[in-house]
Design a protein around this ligand. Structure first.
Ligand code: ZN
Length: 203
């Protein structure tokens, strides 16, 4: 294993192992014995800079995470095709019983930009149709931050199109949240549905 990138990752794993198997094994062993019971599902972007556990200081077992290009929740489409994000949402809501579903968009999101500006050359097979999920939500917007916020809002709307999720929300068992991490300023803003705007959540 002489590739520096992989060497670095294996050094990271050794540090993880030292912490969770040697120095403080009990919380980890409890997760092994009892399984996971995360209270929060996060839908985040695949972008390498926006790891939700890292940003939010979450420990193993705290977050059930699905990451995809642009942190999108696709529309409810139970058509028997392979819907990875929907599968994660279904498992988190129906089996894990998460109490929060958090869509975490971010600043400088190339996936959201592609929804407006067009798919990178050669990526029409999968990336094109995927980012077009939010094309109409971002059309007419020029400011990247506004497009990213619109994409988060669209994902919240789409979440509520999953009937069992909407039902859990109506029953007060679950809440949905739309957040956007601003990389440049180091801020997290959340969509305030009553006010119809995003506001700083951690001033
Ligand atoms: Zn992104």
């Amino acid at each position: 294993m002489d590739d520096p990138a992989l060497r670095r990752l294996l050094a990271g794993f050794r540090a993880f192992r030292a912490r969770h198997y040697e120095r403080q094994p009990e919380p980890w062993m409890r997760l092994v014995r009892e399984g996971q019971r995360p209270e929060v599902l996060v839908v985040a972007c695949s972008d390498s800079r926006v790891d939700p556990a890292l940003l939010l200081g979450a420990e193993p077992g705290e977050l059930f995470v699905v990451r995809n290009v642009a942190a999108l929740v696709p529309p409810y489409a139970p058509d028997g095709a392979e819907h990875g994000t929907a599968a994660a949402i279904e498992f988190a809501v129906k089996v894990l019983g998460v109490r929060h579903v958090l869509v975490l968009g971010h600043g400088g999101c190339a996936g959201v930009a592609a929804a407006r500006a067009g798919t990178p050359a050669g990526c029409e097979e999968f990336l094109g149709p995927w980012t077009r999920t939010v094309a109409d939500a971002v059309s007419g917007l020029d400011e990247p931050a506004e497009m990213e916020r619109a994409a988060v809002r669209r994902s919240l709307e789409n979440l509520r199109g999953y009937p069992w999720l909407a039902e859990a929300e109506r029953a007060g068992l679950l809440a949905v949240h739309g957040w956007r991490f601003d990389l440049e300023r180091g801020r997290i803003e959340g969509y305030d549905e009553a006010a119809g705007r995003f506001r700083d959540l951690a001033p």
